[in-house]
Design a binder for this molecule. Structure first.
Ligand code: SF4
Length: 415
């Protein structure tokens, strides 16, 4: 069975190309200040100050999808960056050392050189180490937010602490940009950003329908704008188009995976170099991955233009990746029920400990708590040395057989 490609993919490519070209031009001509930002970092402050924003994680995922990442990592390893730390980091530094970038497909021959690098360690420490390499290399400032982790319940004290750190970023960012942050501009960008994440949430929510009009694999492709273009009108225009295509699929009963039999949750990083292979495997098994922690990570419900810093701080702290095991498990339980999920696939990513939630007993606890099958597969977001196609195929086929057996058993019990 074939996976069905969404027609709005052509517009997505145009939207993303427009973003990359604008960024590349700003870096080349110095027509606007350029900032690097972590994927869940304070991009709204940057955009309100006129920065063009580059997201190194997006850059690395492009190398992963193109399966070129492994060509570069060894250069970073030779500089002392371990094979066990984030492969996004080692591929990105390695590509820089090789003088190459996946942006060359857009005619951009070098990675956009920043005027400032802005991190938020809410996701991991690696992002800071990553930016500090480039800060040292180019002698540009590295500033950011130091976040707590393993948060059980987000408290007002924590929100205030992160909001203060965000406010403290403003004076240096204003100085570098040569302009002042106005509340009017900041509010407009926050409203655009909130609209963007709400549209994204609504698109992902379409997968509650049976059959689902989209899969996790579609989500990983169509998430480009919500990751890199929050606060830009073009992202919202794109998601309105995407949303209407998904709605049409729902109205017409068109499934992303023909003959959908099983619905799964994906927990952990995507395996960028194997998206097509895995999406075809699941399509052949008539199984749709209908929800994931990863795609949901760019839903920031808390954003509010009336309370910009505190709402951004709350959004940063409410993220799944920042939370302790109990709220993570409750979150997955809620999504499993809402999306009528039959089983969970955990991806144990070799070089991303913070996005591998299978290492402290969570799969076993959820199996028991939700009474559904759970499987863990081994891999990495982009380091394909950590991934075996054959082993994964065998494991997933066995997992689907398990779902079939359960389904037969429950039909037998019903009959
Ligand atoms: S969250 Fe994982 S993949 Fe992302 S930057 Fe951190 S270590 Fe790398």
């Amino acid at each position: 069975m074939k996976r069905r490609v969404l027609e709005s993919t052509a517009s997505l490519k145009e939207t993303m190309a427009g973003y990359y070209l604008e960024l590349g031009q700003a870096a080349a001509t110095k027509s606007a200040p350029v900032a690097w930002c972590t994927s869940t970092g304070p991009v709204e402050i940057l955009r309100a100050l006129g920065y063009k924003v580059h997201f190194p994680e997006n850059h690395s995922s492009m190398m992963g999808a193109a399966r070129t990442a492994n060509d570069y990592m060894t250069r970073a390893h030779a500089r002392g960056y371990s094979q066990d730390i984030c492969s996004y980091l080692t591929a990105d530094i390695g590509a820089f050392l090789a003088g190459e970038t996946p942006f060359s497909v857009f005619g951009i021959e070098e990675v956009p050189k920043p005027d400032v690098l802005v991190f938020n360690t809410n996701q991991c420490r690696d992002v800071r180490d990553w930016y500090e390499f480039f800060g040292r290399t180019w002698n540009v400032p590295v500033i950011g937010i130091e976040s707590p982790h393993m948060i059980e319940a987000v408290t007002e004290v924590q929100v205030d602490a992160i909001a203060s750190q965000m406010e403290a970023l403003v004076p240096p960012l204003e100085e570098i940009a040569g302009t002042r942050l106005t509340s009017d501009r900041f509010g407009k960008i926050l409203n655009l950003s909130k609209e963007c994440v709400d549209l994204w949430k609504s698109c992902l929510g379409m997968a509650t329908h049976q059959p689902s009009p989209l899969t996790f694999f579609d989500g990983t492709i169509h998430m480009g704008p919500v990751v890199t273009m929050r606060g830009m009108r073009e992202a919202n225009e794109y998601y309105r188009l995407f949303q209407s295509e998904l709605q049409k699929r729902v109205d017409d009963g068109v499934a992303a995976v023909a003959g959908e039999r099983f619905r799964l949750y994906w927990e952990g990083m995507p395996i960028w170099g194997k998206l097509r292979e895995l999406s075809e495997l699941f399509a052949a098994l008539a199984t749709t991955i209908v929800a994931s922690t990863y795609c949901n990570s760019w839903i920031f419900d808390a954003l509010d233009a009336d309370d910009p810093f505190r709402s951004m701080a709350r959004a940063s702290l409410e993220l799944f990746i920042v939370r302790s095991e109990a709220p993570k498990e409750s979150y997955i339980e809620r999504v499993v029920r809402e999306f009528s999920v039959d089983g969970i696939v955990f991806h144990d990513s070799r070089t991303c400990a913070t996005n591998s939630n299978c290492r402290y007993g969570m799969p076993e606890r959820l199996r028991e708590r939700l009474d559904i099958p759970v499987i863990t597969i081994e891999g990495d977001q982009i380091d394909l040395r950590c991934y075996s196609s054959e082993q994964t195929r065998t494991s997933l086929e066995g997992f689907i057989e398990q779902l079939e057996d359960r389904s037969h058993a429950s039909r037998g019990a019903d009959g």
